[in-house]
Ligand binder design. Structure first.
Ligand SMILES: [Zn+2]
Ligand SMILES: [Zn+2]
Length: 244
């Protein structure tokens, strides 16, 4: 505990004393928690455009919502991601996940915070890890980002509110249906009273098919949440849909 505290203080001091560096490649830049011009030009920022519900880039024939959301409105009323999943955004996600880099969480939060809409009584809830994985890694990377978003937006974060009570297999390589089945019923709300009538903003690092977030949303809705939104750092987007 003490060692961790000293570590945090030293890091904060170093952040203060050393020149800021590009969050992706490490070259010296003019601003903290930012990117150098070279990396900046390579990152595909998704912004708040796209389908007003799922955030996916729209086809020329679609107006506000995409055809998928119109046909079957998803449980998550609004999904936004800062950047497309690629080499640079994956690099940051990996450094956060395995390195507990608070500076990385701060960079992510900087680009995620403007995508979160106002209104309603809001609570930030990170997508939880199973306790065995939490014990192994020592922290939940999405909770680090939620804590930074909480500071930036002055919205409370509740990292323990949602619980992954069942271990889920790695979803990589599974079809959408297999993924849905693998995570179905894996999440529980610890204290339904603290969710009732509120807007829950799920916080995730990387969004792939969204099946994990959907399972979280299902548990939260069942516990009485009024509205579910999702904000992630990166998102897997078909390259053909990215306008560069
Ligand atoms: Zn760079
Ligand atoms: Zn949509």
């Amino acid at each position: 505990m003490l060692r961790r505290l000293i570590g945090t203080c030293t890091r904060e001091l170093l952040d203060f004393a050393l020149p800021p560096r590009c969050s992706a490649c490490g070259v010296i830049v003019g601003e903290v928690h930012s990117f150098c011009p070279d990396c900046w030009s390579k990152i595909a920022f998704l912004g708040s455009g796209g389908c007003e519900t799922c955030g996916h880039p729209l086809q020329a024939t679609e107006a506000e919502s995409c055809a998928v959301c119109l046909a079957r409105p998803p449980r998550i009323a609004r999904t936004r991601s800062a950047v497309a999943y690629d080499e640079i955004s994956r690099g940051l996600a990996i450094r956060l996940k395995y390195g507990r880099k608070v500076a990385v969480a701060k960079t992510m939060a900087r680009f995620m915070a403007p995508l979160i809409a106002g209104g309603g009584e809001r609570v930030l809830v990170p997508v939880p890890l199973h306790r065995s994985r939490l014990w192994w890694r020592g922290f939940n990377q999405s909770a680090l980002v939620a804590a930074e978003l909480s500071k930036r937006l002055d919205v409370p974060a509740a990292p323990m509110l949602l619980r992954r009570h069942r271990r889920t297999p790695p979803l990589k390589g599974m079809s959408a249906l297999q993924r849905r089945k693998a995570v179905a019923g894996a999440f529980r709300v610890r204290d339904p009273a603290s969710v009732k009538g509120k807007t829950i903003i799920l916080v995730d690092d990387v969004l792939t098919t969204g099946s994990t977030a959907e399972a979280c949303a299902r548990a939260l809705k069942r516990a009485g949440a009024a509205r579910i939104e999702l904000v992630s750092w990166a998102r897997v987007v078909k390259p053909s849909l990215l306008m560069r």
